[in-house]
Design a protein around this ligand. Structure first.
Ligand code: BEZ
Length: 387
């Protein structure tokens, strides 16, 4: 007969090896499981659990247990759920947060409660800038980091006039600003912009009409999740794909949903910190086992969860499970994962990593993401952060 402990391990609730003594590190997964970013949240969790399997085989008798909460994509909901995880469930740390808006809403609570948060998506620049905290460690990306290399890249491609679009919330504005500043410095001109109502825009046609009227050489956007699927499909069906090239932050054509976009994504060029075609043993192992478990390619969101899980495991190993030392050990972890080498900048607690520029190409009936350029070890400026 299975013990309760063994049953929990089998159900994936608890990962453990060695004698059932020592510490249980309780992780609160704070993710969207509903609304436009639901699939992103589920991918982050799948990646997190895979890392516990890959790297958590010898935790010296310590265990990791998981409690989950749904932030939706609403800042007040995210804050309420963070409070529940810390005050009621007494988690040792939280992992997650997808939306920059939700991250902004919970930052002061994370800092005040001294409960570490490993940010596994939300790119809000300020959280590793002026609003940084020793308790907030970002393993995903900052919104500036992803988009900065694209300004000079487009200018080098001979593109002079660009129209920009994004959802009207923190991430949309920050991503576009990072692109804009690099593009203008490189001599380019922004000929117009639209920030579409976040979570509410289903029909992009009126915005695409306005963009087309400015006669740009290219359109540059940030959209993710359900909005990215809708945007890319409508861009093609509106007839713009053949006349105005589309560029953006790589969440636009994430492997999580590029198969749904299909032909419409062909030719779209984007920048991101992860591409499934990275040819390294770490990435091949991740992709092979993710495919075995989930039956699909692992996305950047899954990799962020995976690297967050590895960070937890490495910190347990480094601290021997001592909870105070464990918290300090988190930001000192560095390793080479599926996306390449990764470390946390001690000046900001933001990740330092490669940014890849890739083009989506239709080959033999499916989209392949081909790397065209790499900016290595991209690191944010301190941006007002004082730890
Ligand atoms: C954000 O809100 O920071 C975000 C959401 C989805 C993808 C990338 C960034």
């Amino acid at each position: 007969m299975k013990t309760k402990f063994a049953a929990l391990v089998a159900a994936g609730v608890l990962i453990s090896v060695g004698p059932a003594k020592a510490e249980d590190i309780k992780v609160g997964l704070l993710l969207p499981y509903s609304s436009v970013y639901a699939s992103l949240g589920k991918d982050i969790e799948a990646g997190f659990r895979l890392a516990l399997e890959h790297f958590g085989g010898d935790l010296g008798g310590n265990t990791v247990s998981i409690v989950k909460e749904d932030t939706e994509v609403k800042p007040p909901v995210g804050l309420a759920k963070a409070k529940k995880l810390v005050l009621q469930d007494k988690v040792d740390l939280m992992v997650g947060v997808v939306s920059s808006g939700v991250l902004g809403a919970i930052r002061d609570f994370v800092h005040g409660s001294k409960t570490p948060l490993i940010v596994a998506n939300a790119g809000n620049n300020h959280m590793t800038g002026a609003k940084c905290s020793p308790y907030l460690i970002r393993v995903s990306f900052s919104n500036g980091q992803i988009n900065r290399p694209m300004g000079p890249w487009l200018a080098k491609e001979g593109i002079k006039k660009v129209y920009v679009m994004a959802p009207d919330y923190a991430a949309g504005h920050q991503m576009i600003e990072a692109f804009r500043s690099g593009f203008e410095k490189a001599g380019g001109q922004i000929v117009g912009e639209t920030f579409t109502p976040f979570r509410k825009t289903k029909d992009f046609a009126p915005y695409l009409t306005a963009a087309k009227a400015t006669n740009p050489d290219a359109i540059y956007v940030f959209y993710a999740g359900g909005e990215a699927i809708g945007f890319v499909k409508q861009y093609a069906s509106f007839g713009l794909k053949s006349s105005i090239p589309l560029y953006g932050a790589g969440f636009l054509t994430s492997p999580l949903y590029v198969h749904v976009q299909g032909e419409a994504a062909d030719g779209v060029t984007v920048a991101l910190h992860y591409v499934p075609t990275i040819d390294t043993p770490e990435n091949k192992r991740f992709q092979a086992d993710f495919m075995k478990q989930q039956g699909r390619i692992g996305s950047e969101f899954a990799v962020q969860g995976y690297d967050a899980g590895r960070m937890v495991v490495e910190a347990i190993k480094a601290s021997g499970g001592d909870k105070a030392k464990f918290k300090d050990a988190l930001s000192k972890v560095s390793f080479t994962g599926p996306r390449g080498p990764l470390k946390i900048d001690p000046a900001t607690n933001n990740v330092v990593q490669n940014i890849y520029i890739y083009e989506n190409k239709m080959q033999d009936g499916k989209i392949v993401q081909m790397i065209k350029g790499v900016s290595e070890n991209v690191q944010d400026a301190v941006n007002g952060c004082s730890m």
